[in-house]
Design a protein around this ligand. Sequence first.
Ligand SMILES: Nc1nc2c(ncn2[C@@H]2O[C@H](COP(=O)(O)OP(=O)(O)OP(=O)(O)O)[C@@H](O)[C@H]2O)c(=O)[nH]1
Ligand SMILES: [Mg+2]
Length: 201
Amino acid sequence: MIFGRSERGKPPVEPVTLKILVAGGFGVGKTTLVGAVSEIKPLRTEEYLTEAGRPVDDTTGVEGKHTTTVAMDFGRITLREDLVLYLFGTPGQERFWFMWDELSEGALGAVVLADTRRLEDCFAAVDYFERRSIPFLVAVNCFEGAARYPEEDVRGALDLDDGVPVMLCDARDRISVRDVLVGVVQHAMDFGAERRRAVTT
Ligand SMILES: Nc1nc2c(ncn2[C@@H]2O[C@H](COP(=O)(O)OP(=O)(O)OP(=O)(O)O)[C@@H](O)[C@H]2O)c(=O)[nH]1
Ligand SMILES: [Mg+2]
Protein backbone atom coordinates (compact mmCIF):
# COMPACT_ATOMS: atom_id res chain seq x y z
CA MET A 1 0.00 0.00 0.00
CA ILE A 2 1.45 3.32 -1.02
CA PHE A 3 -1.02 5.67 0.53
CA GLY A 4 -2.63 5.52 3.94
CA ARG A 5 -1.45 3.81 7.04
CA SER A 6 1.00 0.97 7.07
CA GLU A 7 -0.78 -2.26 7.70
CA ARG A 8 2.06 -3.67 9.71
CA GLY A 9 1.49 -1.57 12.79
CA LYS A 10 -1.44 -2.24 15.03
CA PRO A 11 -4.39 0.04 14.31
CA PRO A 12 -4.41 2.96 16.73
CA VAL A 13 -6.76 2.43 19.65
CA GLU A 14 -9.63 4.81 19.99
CA PRO A 15 -9.31 5.84 23.64
CA VAL A 16 -12.21 5.99 26.05
CA THR A 17 -12.49 9.55 27.31
CA LEU A 18 -13.84 10.25 30.76
CA LYS A 19 -14.71 13.49 32.42
CA ILE A 20 -13.52 14.07 35.97
CA LEU A 21 -14.28 17.10 38.10
CA VAL A 22 -11.87 18.65 40.57
CA ALA A 23 -13.78 20.49 43.26
CA GLY A 24 -13.24 21.83 46.76
CA GLY A 25 -13.08 25.09 48.65
CA PHE A 26 -11.34 28.33 47.82
CA GLY A 27 -7.58 28.12 47.37
CA VAL A 28 -7.26 24.42 48.13
CA GLY A 29 -5.09 23.75 45.07
CA LYS A 30 -7.51 22.74 42.28
CA THR A 31 -5.85 24.82 39.56
CA THR A 32 -2.46 23.60 40.80
CA LEU A 33 -3.61 19.98 40.61
CA VAL A 34 -4.92 20.24 37.05
CA GLY A 35 -1.74 22.04 35.98
CA ALA A 36 0.49 19.40 37.60
CA VAL A 37 -0.78 16.53 35.45
CA SER A 38 -2.11 18.06 32.28
CA GLU A 39 -0.40 17.04 29.04
CA ILE A 40 -1.83 20.02 27.28
CA LYS A 41 -1.33 23.59 28.35
CA PRO A 42 -4.19 23.83 30.83
CA LEU A 43 -6.93 26.27 30.05
CA ARG A 44 -7.25 28.59 32.99
CA THR A 45 -9.67 31.33 33.83
CA GLU A 46 -7.75 33.11 36.56
CA GLU A 47 -8.49 36.64 37.65
CA TYR A 48 -6.59 38.71 40.17
CA LEU A 49 -7.87 38.79 43.70
CA THR A 50 -8.79 42.36 44.47
CA GLU A 51 -9.01 44.62 47.44
CA ALA A 52 -12.81 44.60 47.06
CA GLY A 53 -12.86 40.81 47.43
CA ARG A 54 -10.68 40.75 50.55
CA PRO A 55 -13.49 40.36 53.09
CA VAL A 56 -14.80 37.21 51.36
CA ASP A 57 -11.66 35.76 49.78
CA ASP A 58 -9.89 34.33 52.80
CA THR A 59 -6.29 33.55 51.81
CA THR A 60 -5.17 32.44 55.28
CA GLY A 61 -2.64 29.66 54.72
CA VAL A 62 -2.24 30.48 51.03
CA GLU A 63 -0.90 34.00 51.35
CA GLY A 64 1.07 33.61 48.11
CA LYS A 65 -2.16 33.30 46.20
CA HIS A 66 -2.93 36.27 43.97
CA THR A 67 -5.46 34.90 41.52
CA THR A 68 -8.65 32.87 41.65
CA THR A 69 -10.54 30.71 39.17
CA VAL A 70 -13.67 32.43 37.92
CA ALA A 71 -15.02 29.82 35.48
CA MET A 72 -13.01 26.61 35.21
CA ASP A 73 -9.71 24.86 34.68
CA PHE A 74 -9.36 22.38 31.90
CA GLY A 75 -6.67 19.76 31.36
CA ARG A 76 -6.10 16.32 29.93
CA ILE A 77 -4.16 13.26 31.04
CA THR A 78 -3.67 9.90 29.31
CA LEU A 79 -3.81 7.27 32.04
CA ARG A 80 -3.39 4.42 29.59
CA GLU A 81 -3.14 4.31 25.83
CA ASP A 82 -6.87 3.58 25.75
CA LEU A 83 -7.99 5.79 28.64
CA VAL A 84 -7.92 9.57 28.60
CA LEU A 85 -9.26 11.81 31.33
CA TYR A 86 -10.53 15.30 30.78
CA LEU A 87 -10.17 17.28 33.95
CA PHE A 88 -12.47 20.12 34.85
CA GLY A 89 -11.46 22.22 37.82
CA THR A 90 -14.35 24.10 39.37
CA PRO A 91 -14.16 27.60 40.78
CA GLY A 92 -13.79 27.47 44.56
CA GLN A 93 -15.65 30.58 45.55
CA GLU A 94 -19.30 30.49 46.35
CA ARG A 95 -20.16 33.33 44.01
CA PHE A 96 -19.10 31.23 41.03
CA TRP A 97 -20.89 28.03 42.00
CA PHE A 98 -23.50 28.42 39.30
CA MET A 99 -20.80 26.97 37.02
CA TRP A 100 -20.86 23.64 38.84
CA ASP A 101 -24.08 22.32 37.29
CA GLU A 102 -22.75 23.05 33.85
CA LEU A 103 -19.41 21.43 34.60
CA SER A 104 -20.80 18.31 36.28
CA GLU A 105 -22.89 17.37 33.23
CA GLY A 106 -21.71 13.93 32.10
CA ALA A 107 -18.97 13.62 34.71
CA LEU A 108 -17.90 10.10 35.65
CA GLY A 109 -16.64 11.14 39.04
CA ALA A 110 -15.06 13.88 41.11
CA VAL A 111 -12.10 14.65 43.30
CA VAL A 112 -12.93 16.80 46.31
CA LEU A 113 -9.69 18.45 47.29
CA ALA A 114 -9.42 19.33 50.97
CA ASP A 115 -7.09 21.34 53.17
CA THR A 116 -7.09 20.12 56.78
CA ARG A 117 -6.55 23.69 58.02
CA ARG A 118 -10.03 24.53 56.79
CA LEU A 119 -11.81 21.31 56.20
CA GLU A 120 -15.20 22.95 56.45
CA ASP A 121 -14.58 24.65 53.09
CA CYS A 122 -15.14 21.36 51.30
CA PHE A 123 -18.46 20.51 52.99
CA ALA A 124 -20.36 22.12 50.14
CA ALA A 125 -18.55 20.05 47.51
CA VAL A 126 -19.09 16.79 49.45
CA ASP A 127 -22.75 17.66 49.83
CA TYR A 128 -23.09 18.56 46.15
CA PHE A 129 -21.80 15.20 44.89
CA GLU A 130 -23.64 13.16 47.53
CA ARG A 131 -26.96 14.74 46.54
CA ARG A 132 -26.41 14.04 42.87
CA SER A 133 -25.00 10.54 43.41
CA ILE A 134 -21.82 11.46 41.55
CA PRO A 135 -19.04 9.18 42.84
CA PHE A 136 -16.22 11.13 44.47
CA LEU A 137 -13.19 10.69 46.64
CA VAL A 138 -11.62 13.13 49.05
CA ALA A 139 -7.98 14.00 48.41
CA VAL A 140 -6.28 15.86 51.23
CA ASN A 141 -3.76 18.31 49.79
CA CYS A 142 -0.87 18.19 52.26
CA PHE A 143 0.33 21.78 52.53
CA GLU A 144 3.56 22.27 54.45
CA GLY A 145 2.85 23.36 57.98
CA ALA A 146 -0.60 21.79 58.04
CA ALA A 147 -1.08 19.06 60.63
CA ARG A 148 -1.37 15.54 59.17
CA TYR A 149 -4.45 13.66 60.23
CA PRO A 150 -5.15 9.98 59.72
CA GLU A 151 -7.64 9.13 57.04
CA GLU A 152 -10.19 8.06 59.66
CA ASP A 153 -10.18 11.51 61.27
CA VAL A 154 -10.84 13.20 57.95
CA ARG A 155 -13.60 10.72 57.20
CA GLY A 156 -15.19 11.39 60.58
CA ALA A 157 -14.92 15.17 60.32
CA LEU A 158 -16.56 15.16 56.90
CA ASP A 159 -19.09 12.50 57.89
CA LEU A 160 -18.28 10.47 54.79
CA ASP A 161 -19.91 7.18 53.89
CA ASP A 162 -17.65 4.17 54.39
CA GLY A 163 -17.35 3.64 50.66
CA VAL A 164 -15.87 7.08 49.95
CA PRO A 165 -12.08 6.81 49.62
CA VAL A 166 -9.83 9.33 51.36
CA MET A 167 -6.33 9.85 49.98
CA LEU A 168 -3.43 12.12 50.85
CA CYS A 169 -1.77 13.99 48.01
CA ASP A 170 0.43 16.85 46.95
CA ALA A 171 -1.41 18.85 44.30
CA ARG A 172 1.92 20.03 42.86
CA ASP A 173 3.23 16.54 42.26
CA ARG A 174 2.39 14.77 39.00
CA ILE A 175 2.75 11.22 40.33
CA SER A 176 0.75 11.97 43.44
CA VAL A 177 -2.07 13.55 41.42
CA ARG A 178 -2.02 10.70 38.96
CA ASP A 179 -2.57 8.23 41.82
CA VAL A 180 -5.56 10.27 42.96
CA LEU A 181 -7.03 10.21 39.45
CA VAL A 182 -6.54 6.46 39.13
CA GLY A 183 -8.27 6.20 42.51
CA VAL A 184 -11.28 8.20 41.41
CA VAL A 185 -11.71 6.22 38.17
CA GLN A 186 -11.47 2.97 40.12
CA HIS A 187 -13.95 4.20 42.69
CA ALA A 188 -16.39 5.43 40.05
CA MET A 189 -16.30 2.03 38.38
CA ASP A 190 -16.89 0.18 41.67
CA PHE A 191 -19.67 2.63 42.48
CA GLY A 192 -21.31 2.02 39.08
CA ALA A 193 -21.06 -1.76 39.48
CA GLU A 194 -22.56 -1.51 42.97
CA ARG A 195 -25.45 0.56 41.70
CA ARG A 196 -26.15 -1.84 38.84
CA ARG A 197 -26.20 -4.71 41.34
CA ALA A 198 -28.63 -2.79 43.52
CA VAL A 199 -30.94 -2.24 40.55
CA THR A 200 -30.94 -5.87 39.40
CA THR A 201 -31.39 -7.46 42.83
N1 LIG B 1 2.63 24.49 49.90
C1 LIG B 1 1.72 24.15 49.01
N2 LIG B 1 1.15 25.13 48.31
C2 LIG B 1 0.21 24.78 47.41
C3 LIG B 1 -0.18 23.44 47.20
N3 LIG B 1 -1.17 23.42 46.29
C4 LIG B 1 -1.39 24.70 45.93
N4 LIG B 1 -0.53 25.52 46.59
C5 LIG B 1 -0.51 26.97 46.52
O1 LIG B 1 -1.75 27.37 47.07
C6 LIG B 1 -2.32 28.41 46.34
C7 LIG B 1 -3.72 28.04 45.86
O2 LIG B 1 -3.67 27.22 44.74
P1 LIG B 1 -4.76 27.21 43.55
O3 LIG B 1 -4.37 26.00 42.75
O4 LIG B 1 -4.89 28.51 42.87
O5 LIG B 1 -6.11 26.93 44.34
P2 LIG B 1 -7.57 26.78 43.74
O6 LIG B 1 -8.21 25.69 44.55
O7 LIG B 1 -7.55 26.58 42.28
O8 LIG B 1 -8.21 28.19 44.12
P3 LIG B 1 -9.58 28.86 43.61
O9 LIG B 1 -9.73 28.52 42.17
O10 LIG B 1 -9.34 30.32 43.83
O11 LIG B 1 -10.64 28.33 44.48
C8 LIG B 1 -1.34 28.76 45.24
O12 LIG B 1 -0.57 29.85 45.68
C9 LIG B 1 -0.47 27.49 45.12
O13 LIG B 1 0.84 27.78 44.72
C10 LIG B 1 0.48 22.43 47.96
O14 LIG B 1 0.22 21.24 47.84
N5 LIG B 1 1.42 22.84 48.87
MG1 LIG C 1 -8.54 27.58 40.88
